[in-house]
Design a protein around this ligand. Structure first.
Ligand SMILES: C[S@@+](CC[C@H](N)C(=O)[O-])C[C@H]1O[C@@H](n2cnc3c(N)ncnc32)[C@H](O)[C@@H]1O
Length: 449
């Protein structure tokens, strides 16, 4: 039924009224009891009312919303509007408070779970997120990308921002693995900006040293830093679970007396682990002269004297850019060496190794190996991939790789590499890629002649 007044149609209903019995709902069923309203003649009272006012009328009539006296039907539409807005806001506030609390609990729980389950360095070494964000924001990357919300090729972003493409890529991929999206604009130094020379680094700018970081540690003023770094690498080896290679690679198959040259051994972080687990191996440590003195006279004497006593170990200084390592070893093992150097220097080191190899010698490169965030078919992936829905490279679960990658950029103008990049380095040095060994936090690439 509807009523027309001054050209407006009002949808209405014919209603009969009820009054409540008693002052509250029935204690057994929780519902109000009602009886029909009657006029003086005992007839049911009826009204024509706007259908929008039915709910507030009942609310008003039943006294659940206010203690005010019942309204006239003509007041009830406005009352309904107010009631509905208030009710909605109240519900929204309740829901919002619950939601915020639930998200907060989930955030806290996820972070706590990660801290409990992941290796300690995942918690303690997270230094680049804000720096990367700063670079991305100062380069106005989000503004640049706004022009093409569907995405922009790196070369184009690099052209807009004035930052060398590969360096920019490394900042962006760190952020991509961290579930962020950003970019930055900065006036790049025309010589140092695109340079990959080991002495054109942010560290050089900061320290005002003219040489690469390792060369500078050979100077009398900085040799104490080199010594401290040697010790730090012992601790670092533990945090990244470097020792997984002692059990994850089949050293026992090499046979008794097999020779392993740890090239760029530092004080012998990994060789010490090998000496403990595989005392049948003949170990040869090679690093800069200062590290060899520190290793032989301090570290091994204190931590693994039996290897010295039993003559299982040899220390021989080297500059791996100008000399080849000890010839004829069964394994040339390089842990966290190539990531310190740009491609050209890596190829020089590997060519030096190749000269010393005999048929059957292996080269093991042990470091982080960057895994793609894009999922590959299971049969085509060299790596174990994260379960569906996660980034294929485990995202934040493997963020340390990108932390170290940026550390390498800042300190050495070098980088962490993908498997393909390692294979290309090997090929350029005349070595054949044999296989990848996944060893937990790190991985190893094996080359042969
Ligand atoms: C990151 S550390 C790795 C040490 C060790 N492999 C480890 O994982 O604990 C790099 C090592 O390369 C050595 N190194 C740097 N330049 C070198 C050179 N030209 N010849 C020989 N060793 C060098 C450094 O002294 C340092 O010990």
């Amino acid at each position: 039924m509807s009523v027309k007044h001054e050209g407006i149609e009002y949808p209405c209903a014919l209603g009969t009224w009820f009054s409540t019995i008693g002052n509250g709902p029935c204690p057994d069923v929780g519902m109000w009891m009602v009886e029909p309203d009657l006029d003086d003649h005992g007839d049911r009272i009826m009204d024509i009312i706007h259908i929008d006012s039915i709910l507030p009328f009942y609310v008003n009539k039943l006294g659940t919303w206010s203690d005010e006296p019942p309204m006239h039907t003509w007041q009830q539409l406005g009352s309904f509007g107010t009631w509905w807005v208030q009710m909605w806001e109240w519900l929204w506030a309740q829901w919002r408070a619950k939601m915020i609390q639930a998200v907060r609990i989930l955030e806290g729980a996820c972070a706590q779970l990660c801290v409990m389950l992941a290796r300690p360095n995942h918690t303690t070494v997270n230094v680049f997120e804000t720096n990367c964000l700063h670079v991305a924001l100062s380069l106005k990357t989000p503004d640049i990308l706004q022009e093409k919300p569907e995405g922009m090729h790196l070369t184009e972003i690099s052209k807009h921002s004035g930052v060398e493409q590969d360096k920019l890529a490394r900042i962006l991929r760190y952020l991509a693995s961290n579930h962020c999206f950003r970019e930055a604009q900065r006036t790049a130094d025309p010589i140092w900006g695109p340079s990959y020379a080991p002495e054109h680094t942010a560290w050089n700018k900061f320290s005002k040293q003219p040489q690469s970081i390792y060369t500078s540690w050979q100077t009398p003023e900085a040799c104490a830093r080199g010594e401290r770094f040697g010790l730090a690498m012992l601790g670092w080896g533990n945090t990244i679970d470097g020792s997984a290679i002692a059990t994850g690679y089949p050293w026992q198959d090499l046979g008794k007396g097999a020779t392993v040259c740890d090239l760029g051994s530092g004080v012998g972080t990994m060789t010490m682990e090998l000496a403990r687990v595989h005392p049948q191996l003949q170990l040869k440590l090679q690093d800069m002269p200062e590290r060899m003195v520190q290793a032989k006279n301090t570290i091994w004497l204190a931590q693994c004297p039996e290897a010295l006593e039993e003559n299982h170990i040899e220390f021989k200084a080297i500059n791996f850019f100008t000399e080849s390592p000890i010839p004829g070893c069964d394994v040339y093992y390089l842990k966290n060496i190539l990531h310190n150097w740009p491609d050209a220097e890596c190829i020089t080191i590997l060519k030096g190794v190749k000269k010393s190899m005999k048929p059957g010698s292996r080269v093991l490169i042990h470091e982080y190996i960057l895994q793609s965030r894009v999922r590959a078919a299971a049969t085509e992936s060299n790596f174990m991939q994260a379960p569906e829905l996660l980034l294929a490279n485990y995202g934040i679960g493997k963020l340390q790789q990108y932390n170290l990658d940026l550390t390498m950029l800042v300190l050495c103008n070098s980088k962490e590499r993908t498997l393909q990049e390692f294979a290309s380095l090997g090929e350029a040095a005349g070595l054949r890629f044999e296989r990848l060994w996944e060893l937990g936090e790190l991985a190893a690439v094996e080359f042969r002649l």
